[in-house]
Write a protein that binds this ligand. Sequence first.
Ligand SMILES: Cc1ncc(COP(=O)(O)O)c(C=O)c1O
Length: 482
Amino acid sequence: MLSCIKINVEFLKKVLDSRPIYSLLRNYSHNVEDILHLDGNGEENYNFKEKYRVLDEKDYARFFSKRSLKREPALTRALTSMVYKIGKQMISLAEGMPNEGIFPFDRMQMTMKNGNKLVLEENELAMALQYLPSQGLPSLLKLLREFQEDLHRPPSLDRDVLITNGAQHGIYQCIDMLVDPGDPVITTEYTFTGYNSALRPYDPEVLRIPEDEDGLIPETLESVLEERLSRGLKMPRVLYLIPTGNNPTGTIIPAARRRKIYELACRYDFLIIEDDPYAFLNYSNVKPPSFLSMDQCGRVIRLDSVSKVVCAGLRGAWMTAPAPFIERAERHSQAELLHPCTLSQVIIQRLLSERSDLAAHIHSARSFYEQRCGALGDALRGLSHLAQWSRPKAGLFYWLRLQGVSDVYNMTFRTALEHGLMLCPGQAFQYDHSGPSQHLRLTFTRIKLEDIDTAVRRLADVIDIEQKLELERLPQRWATER
Ligand SMILES: Cc1ncc(COP(=O)(O)O)c(C=O)c1O
């Protein structure tokens, strides 16, 4: 009887524990194929290869930075890879790996919300706590290569995958590999802070291309490039963008625009860093093909991450790119961190290998965030006289442009804090973050649903105060200007 009660209590606890995610399912398809699927590229209609050259191994040398070209493979790291391939049959006096016998753990178990258990013991546990080849856990790499093939169906090309320590690590690697001090680089006008922070030490010339409701405007990009070409200016070798749910603007670039941008990359000879951590948090009815899926000519470096749909602390991410690029990125990893955490890679490998469970999780995570996105959107309606915004099509952010406030900086760090409200100022997404910004980025990820109305009321009060302060400052200017 007692054990029966215990089982029921545990069952109830499991149901309640998982409730915030699993009870909010919307009418997205539950079909695994639909969830782990992007719309086709219609590749047959877009034969870039007919018009443009496919880059070969030697071509990448002109994209690599001087620093990157100096990197040599680390010999001891090559030995670690050999251990994984052939080492088991050899007596070894070579590797510097610690002996697994000294590891202080016997068994590890993680229980998932759906009841699945991840148990590691004996050899598997020893492997999960040991050094790895820099490219990543071989079984995870194999799985990711298949995953990318199934999800993106990229045109055939010699491509590979590298595990990174979060997508931010991938961004940092790409910049270090592709940017020399003073180089021009292309990005959207407002973009992820992490990209700007990684870029700044290289003193680049940042070509910030404006966005509209559909993200980066290819016609503007084309005219910027054409003008540079006609003036004989140095041409950019790299474009960074977040195609689905740009952080902070929430835009999704539609398929036709993606093709135009891809074609510009072929025509003006640059590479595209496709940073897509919000790919599965798309609340719209269209799932445009990835840049990877149209990459016939070897110009796309795609960054994926589990941070936004599984969890962030695992630092689980991977880069998919032409093989010569991955080979050099691996040299960077060898020198930077040897490899990302093995235990994390083992956990991610288990998560990704159960596709139907993964799809169910993604499905519920997206519904969870979509509900919050809607709740914040509803509350914001009362602010339409104070700000403009569009509902994000994907991702985790609202991007507000305030009226009557020419700079949100002091408002964020003084007035808002005095009113018990934390805000993120638009400066965080500008390359020049010392300049003024009229924007705020609002997120709905962790706020309690019941706190949303209060937060928005406080925001309205804070904007109102700032507008008045700004009006008080104005007459002085009028006095001197008149
Ligand atoms: C566009 C974008 N790229 C990368 C990252 C960092 O992801 P990760 O946790 O995988 O390093 C973020 C996190 O906010 C992001 O918004």
